[in-house]
Design a protein around this ligand. Sequence first.
Ligand code: KG4
Ligand code: ZN
Length: 337
Amino acid sequence: MRVLGIETSCDETGIAIYDTEQGLLAHQLYSQVKLHADYGGVVPELASRDHVRKALPLIQAALDEAQLDAADIDGIAYTAGPGLVGALLVGACIGRSLAYGWQVPAVAVHHMEGHLLAPMLEDVAPEFPFIALLVSGGHTQLVKVAGIGSYQLLGESVDDAAGEAFDKTAKLMGLDYPGGPRLAALAEQGEAGHYKFPRPMTDRPGLDFSFSGLKTFAANTLAKAEQDTQTQANIARAFQEAVVDTLVIKCRRALKETGLKRLVVAGGVSANHELRRQLHDFARQINGEVFFPRAEFCTDNGAMIAYAGAQRLAAGEAVDTKVKTFPRWPLEQLNQP
Ligand code: KG4
Ligand code: ZN
């Protein structure tokens, strides 16, 4: 079965074709970073309009890349939520309409399920069951995954997501949007041991997270610090260490509580080098395994949506002809296939 995947939940237009026998045949990505840079963040209406401009040309480009015609596509998967409602509607309308025109089934994919399954696109893919750490701009969640569609939320952020904390702290430091990767790059230049940030909510039991205090701590630290680049880099490093440490502590706890030794990390922040290093070390220590998507599939992309949709379509799931989106959509409310 060949599935066209469409991702338009935020500021990336991602299109891909996944074949359940042959794997990924094509993937195309257009990032709107430049469009939003002047505003310091994503402007929802501009995002929607740009998806309208880019989605169809990218679908054609993906078909060309895979050397396929529309008639070769057996199903369509589009992100139906969570995300920006206008942006989601673009992908949902295009996906549903193409499915109608091409007379193939369509399926509505949950964006975080897409992230969660992204490591399945790699040569060495995780087996079920596993613990997933989902760390993006909108979510920080620990999920026990028994199989496709079987997701138990173990803990999540009670305020800012990890990516959001990176972005907001980067903004405080005067770094351009998108701040997360820029702050991470600056942190690589920093020296350890100059500043100590708290590890929020690690001193009490449970698997929830809270990252908004780190941003305030960063603001106070910056206000008192020298303005030179090395000092900024030292602060960036201390901030990153605090986020990474906190994530590692909670992953350790989740594995211990569930008795599992397999960890999957996905979402934009899973591209972070320090997080990858620390989690690799940790997995080695406990004789466990950790899986990440390749760097380009950590952040939003169409491949993860095509993959997740293909699993659901292959299980016989499909949506009716109504175009529906779910800007807020708890992962646990996904129907069990
Ligand atoms: O998954 P994603 O592309 O979009 C959402 O679904 O939110 O994640 C984007 C988030 C942003 O907050 C971005 O700053 C963060 O992931 N991010 C990073 C890195 N690369 C992306 N955060 C820390 N270090 C990175 N290398
Ligand atoms: Zn995402």
